[in-house]
Design a protein around this ligand. Structure first.
Ligand code: SF4
Length: 352
């Protein structure tokens, strides 16, 4: 699929044609990653952040946020919850928090790996290569770093000068890949100033970066952020931050990288309710990330509005999500849900 074909799908409004796109994406999902919905337990380990991304509710400049940083034992308790609930992966996410030291994360990863069979995904922002090497050596399996947009001018608009520039993020994604991590990234859909062509180029970049995991969600304006008050003129081909466009990006990503792991994101649910998550699963996605962060912390990790309202008892959410997965004819995954492409690359294709 080339740029023009992607652009044509992004502009498509005909219901019959879109039904065809969803069916193609769903068939590609079934053929390449099967019917299991991989469950990744998410733990938001710190909401401290030194960055000031213009769209993010926990940006450093938002002084209304109560900050927290979880203790290692608290994180380990969440890892045990993940195992108890039958999940195969633990995702540790935070703002760019320098006080989450190299040694602290190394220790946490080592303990999780020693105590459980969980795959460990880290999503801790831009960090030096030495940190990544230490965490890989400790047993971390995957790293997520969203580039948010491949358009350098738009990236600069939403990331103030002290944030790592786009080129540095893309370089870090290549380092992550070369170190042998399963590599994940993603973008927001409908950022003010984002054009269809820029979004189409994002999708092509997913493939060029050879990503194993791709997460996309609509941009959701947060009132405590500069972008939440953006009233500048929109380009005439401004991408809407709606669920339909997000589903299109999910579906097109599935068609471009058929064996990628693609979450049906919580941001999509915030936009369109619980059905949004299921529609994502039926339009190319194969991953859900149940939130295991203790509720007292979870409500403080409000990167976009209403996210805190997704707070739920982990056991109640688990029962509900597994029932809904079965209701759409899918199977709750129980293994690690490793990327097949990653395994092929690092193990010579013998175990696929
Ligand atoms: S998006 Fe990430 S790096 Fe940017 S302000 Fe939010 S937590 Fe910090």
């Amino acid at each position: 699929m080339d740029l023009n074909q992607i652009l044509s799908w992004l502009a498509q409004t005909n219901d019959a044609a879109l039904t065809q796109l969803w069916a193609q994406a769903d068939a590609a999902r079934a053929a390449n990653v099967g019917d299991e919905v991989q469950l990744r337990g998410l733990v938001e380990i710190s909401n401290h952040c030194t960055s000031n991304c213009a769209y993010c509710g926990i940006r450093a400049a938002n002084t209304t946020v109560t900050r927290y940083r979880m203790e290692a034992d608290e994180i380990l308790a969440c890892a045990r919850d993940a195992r108890r609930l039958g999940y195969g992966t633990l995702v540790l996410q935070s703002g760019e928090d320098a006080k989450l030291s190299t040694d602290f994360i190394t220790d946490v990863v080592s303990r999780v790996k020693a105590e459980t069979t969980l795959a460990v995904t880290l999503s801790l922002g831009v960090r030096p290569k030495e940190d990544l090497e230490a965490w890989k050596a400790a047993g971390a399996d995957r790293y997520l770093l969203r580039f948010e947009t491949s358009d350098p001018a738009l990236f600069a608009k939403i990331h103030p000068p002290r944030c790592a520039p786009l080129a540095q993020r893309l370089a870090m994604l290549r380092v992550i890949h070369d170190l042998g991590f399963e590599t994940g990234s993603g973008v927001m859909v409908g950022i003010p100033g984002q054009t269809y062509e820029s979004l189409a180029r994002d999708i092509l970049l997913f493939r060029e970066l050879d990503l194993h995991m791709v997460g996309v969600g609509p941009w959701l304006p947060h009132p405590q952020t500069p972008l939440g008050h953006d009233e500048g003129p929109a380009p005439k081909d401004q991408v809407p931050n709606d669920e339909l466009t997000t589903y299109k990006v999910v579906a097109l990503t599935r068609l471009l990288i058929p064996d990628a792991n693609i979450p049906s994101t919580t941001a999509l649910t915030a936009r369109s309710g619980v059905e949004g998550r299921e529609l994502g699963l039926q339009r190319g996605a194969n991953v859900i990330m149940p939130n295991l962060t203790p509720p007292a912390y979870r409500r403080l990790y409000e990167i976009y509005p209403a996210k805190a309202k997704t707070a739920d008892n982990a056991d109640a959410f688990d029962a509900r999500i597994k029932a809904r997965i079965r209701a759409i004819g899918r199977v709750p995954g129980e293994g690690r849900g490793d990327s097949r492409a990653h395994r092929r690359h690092w193990q010579g294709g013998q175990h696929d």
